[in-house]
Write a protein that binds this ligand. Structure first.
Ligand SMILES: Nc1ncnc2c1ncn2[C@@H]1O[C@H](COP(=O)(O)OP(=O)(O)OP(=O)(O)O)[C@@H](O)[C@H]1O
Ligand SMILES: [Mg+2]
Length: 497
């Protein structure tokens, strides 16, 4: 057996109240794509942060090409050729995409101390082009969509000379087209002997691109298998300790009165003439490619962005929410795609984040009923299987998927009758996904209406009563549940007639 490219031996890591990793060993060969899977909070990101020197380990050792290495910080790891694409992006918001890609290694101009911006932009554009991404690399990162930021993060890591690249849920924000390009890139890196660690909650990706798979559960190693010698069911069993059905548990619904109607909604340069209705008891899917304007429509209905034209009617009454607070007052809730900036207050604890948007329900004469508040938070932690040492844990310390569940809890507790879910199961593990679908079923059965933006076609088709599809800022069509197929949705999403 040849020496592995990378070996992590007996790695352990404790946080107050949590054993994130216990005695985990992991090996990566040159030219191997190695999947790392496990439920939300299993320890995947922690293992990668230790590899990258972003977190200190409590025990264990790391060997690169057979030699023990000491990584005391991300710079050390980078110099050794270890690069990470972080689940929480690591970009500088007010710098351009190009500056982010080449941060710390900008091409020098002839005058010392100055950057050769022409070369910087040219090189960065070439990297983006090779990824097949249409993106102006001079644009400030804060102005890019989440998917575009993800591509910048990918470009940053893959444009370096790497021996090992770890990708922590790179696909969570990408649609098929970008994913396809990412896989092409992974294949070429693999052919050049780079070792790739690939974290994802999507089983089909593991079977498409990975050679071996390592499963973590509750911070412990369950096992490593060649992908060719295992199955989806086996991996899930290793992850969750039981078998799970493949199906999406959609329940039949009986749509009632129109809760929301939008007419000719327009935000110049972003979306145009968007009209649709949403009935009580209905789940309406909103499909389309990343950048088609779906999130922007949701934000405008929610009062987070202004409109240039059009009408919004809630239960037949014309309204114009100007802030999210207005929208919440009208019974509208938005579970945003970007939990980091829109959904949560990271330095507040789970309890506070859960009840924040609906403190009125817990207050009497301006005094918050603390015991009730704790009960509410405890209930959601149990119902949504939020993995945390307790409701008093700061949300920043939760794993990515568990943060997403807190965002959901927050909006469920507002008891809004009109819910907009923007990519509700992004980053959520397979077991918890089914629980979230069941929650959606419960919500509409109790009279709510859900508009669900989703880039995952099986979810979009599986959970929606009707599917609306957007293309370049316009509604390209509507498909009934019976008529909605992957082909038809993609046809509309890509501008087909
Ligand atoms: N800074 C921290 N302080 C306290 N606990 C932490 C910290 N970082 C991570 N944890 C805990 O360690 C455990 C493992 O978290 P990790 O982020 O590695 O999970 P993950 O497998 O990446 O999950 P996900 O699929 O949700 O991203 C979780 O219980 C998490 O709450
Ligand atoms: Mg993670």
């Amino acid at each position: 057996m040849t020496t592995p490219l990378l070996e992590m031996r007996n790695i352990s890591k404790r946080y107050p109240g949590v054993t994130a990793l216990h005695d985990v060993s992991f090996a990566l060969h040159p030219g191997e794509v190695h999947a790392l899977v496990g439920e939300n909070g299993a320890g995947k990101s922690t293992l990668m942060k230790i590899l990258a020197g972003a977190e200190a380990r409590d025990g264990g050792e790391i060997l690169l090409e057979g030699q023990p290495i000491a990584v005391h910080g991300p710079q050390d790891a980078m110099h050794l050729g270890i690069n990470i694409i972080y689940q929480e992006f690591n970009l500088v918001p007010h710098l351009s995409a190009a500056e982010n890609i080449y941060l710390g290694r900008e091409p020098a101009a002839r005058i010392p101390g100055f950057i050769d911006f022409r070369k910087l932009y040219r090189d960065a554009q070439a990297v983006m082009d090779s990824l097949g991404v249409k993106l102006d690399v001079r644009a400030e990162v804060s102005r890019l969509s989440i998917a575009q930021q993800q591509m910048v993060e990918i470009a940053k890591a893959t444009s370096r000379n790497s021996k090992v690249i770890a990708m922590d849920e790179p696909s969570a924000t990408l649609t098929d087209h970008e994913l396809h390009n990412l896989f092409a890139l992974i294949r070429s890196l693999r052919a050049n002997g780079v070792g790739i660690i690939y974290i994802s909650h999507r089983m089909e990706e593991i079977f498409e691109i990975c050679d071996r798979v390592t499963v973590l559960r509750d911070g412990e190693l369950v096992g490593t298998k060649p992908v060719a010698e295992t199955s989806r069911d086996e991996i899930i069993r290793m992850m969750v300790g039981r078998t799970l059905g493949e199906s999406i548990p959609k329940r039949p619904t009986a749509p009632g009165e129109v809760l929301l109607e939008v007419r000719n909604l327009t935000r110049r340069g972003v979306f145009h003439d968007i009209s649709f209705t949403l009935r009580q008891g209905e789940i309406v899917g909103l499909g389309g490619l990343v950048g088609a304007g779906r999130t922007e429509v949701a934000r405008a209905i929610f009062g987070a962005d202004s409109l240039d034209g059009g009408d919004i009617l809630v239960r037949g009454r014309a309204v114009r929410p100007r802030t999210p607070r207005d929208a919440i007052g009208l019974g509208i809730g938005l579970v945003p795609e970007d939990r980091k900036t829109l959904g949560l207050i990271l330095n507040m604890v789970v309890r506070e984040n859960t009840t924040l948007a609906n403190l009125d329900a817990l207050s009497h004469l301006g005094v918050i009923h603390r015991r009730r508040e704790r009960e509410v938070a405890e209930r959601y932690v149990t119902d949504l299987h939020i993995r945390t040492p307790g409701i008093e844990q700061e949300v920043r310390n939760l794993s990515g998927g568990n943060q997403q569940k807190v965002v959901l809890a927050k909006w469920l507790f507002t008891q809004s009758s009109l819910l907009i879910f923007d990519e509700p199961t992004r980053g959520i593990d397979v077991g918890s996904k089914v629980e979230i679908y069941e929650l959606m079923n419960d919500l509409v059965a109790r009279g709510a209406a859900i508009l669900m933006i989703s880039s995952e076609l099986p979810e979009l088709l599986g959970m929606s009563d009707r599917v609306l599809v957007m293309h370049e800022g316009r509604l390209a069509g509507e498909l009934s549940r019976e008529h909605a197929t992957q082909e038809r949705v993609m046809h509309l999403a890509t501008g087909g007639e």
